[in-house]
Write a protein that binds this ligand. Sequence first.
Ligand SMILES: [Zn+2]
Ligand SMILES: [Zn+2]
Ligand SMILES: [Zn+2]
Ligand SMILES: [Zn+2]
Length: 352
Amino acid sequence: MDKKTMFDRLVENALDFLEKAIDELNEHPKYSVIHFHASLELFIKARLMEEHWTLVIAKGKEPDWDKFVAGDFKSVSLDEAASRLDKVVRSGLSKRALEEFQGVAKDRNKMIHFFHKAHSPDADSKQKQEIIKKQLTAWYFLHTLLREQWKNTFAPWSDRISDIDKSLRKFHEFLKIIFDNLKDEIKNQKRVGILIRKCPSCGFKAKKHSKDKDTVYKSECMVCNLKNSCLQIECEDCDSHVFFEDEGFSVCKSCKKKYEPDDLVKVLIDAGAAYTATKDGDDSYDEGNCDYCDGYHTVARTENNEYICTSCFEVFEFLERCGWCNDPNTGDMEASSWAGCNFCSGKDLDRD
Ligand SMILES: [Zn+2]
Ligand SMILES: [Zn+2]
Ligand SMILES: [Zn+2]
Ligand SMILES: [Zn+2]
């Protein structure tokens, strides 16, 4: 069997398990969790396999193509896979996505070892709601990977993936019950000055936002519990608020101006302070590189003296200069005077 066939089989399998998980969500939530987990693992393995098939094999095991094709091998754990995606494939999972996927793995183990059916119909439906909530949140992160960061890998299956997304949305009737019960709570939250906006995962207008601008904050949906990093700025063209969720891409709702991480970094850098500082020979407002997401010049020093990466929304207290190329960086630059940073190769040891 060739690599392409193996890869296609892996993806087809991932999709089969996912469709099965959705079919079972209502009647057999326990099996749904187990199948959803299997699907998630297969998608991650497929992405690793696209890079190289040996990445799918567990650490310390001898890769053997014949055994691999026969399915006779120990495969990577989720944490190992995450580290390989980051360090080898250079297309890592965000911190939030990894947490959510680890949660799915934990639930799956619980289902296999301890699951018990709830005793009353009421408790039963609560349990089901919890499972649906978690699965929709994990799907939100997986779907984002499949249609953005990894879209070239999974493009041949994009129609099937969007059908799956649609069929998951029909579980909104369950979430609607939660939403209806939250109406008073939402009113109270608004009264104390919390902004409530539509959740990108469940679609209900139940996600809490702070009113602070130019800083990263955690926003949580009261219906599906999606928790992510958000940031708001004043639109450069029309002064209305522009919201960013987890990433530096957004559109101003009022004037339709499009923002990308490059634009956001310029908005966030406190222009006045940066100008005065530069005049005094202080270069601490230079755009920095992010070690976490490999973003080049994506880190801005804001007026709150925070360093925000406009690509992955991590926040840092300080930057260190690369000892070789002198760019400010979020990572540990101790060895950089010869090893360089993520964006320069450092000293060529063979040459000297
Ligand atoms: Zn939600
Ligand atoms: Zn605008
Ligand atoms: Zn970053
Ligand atoms: Zn460097």
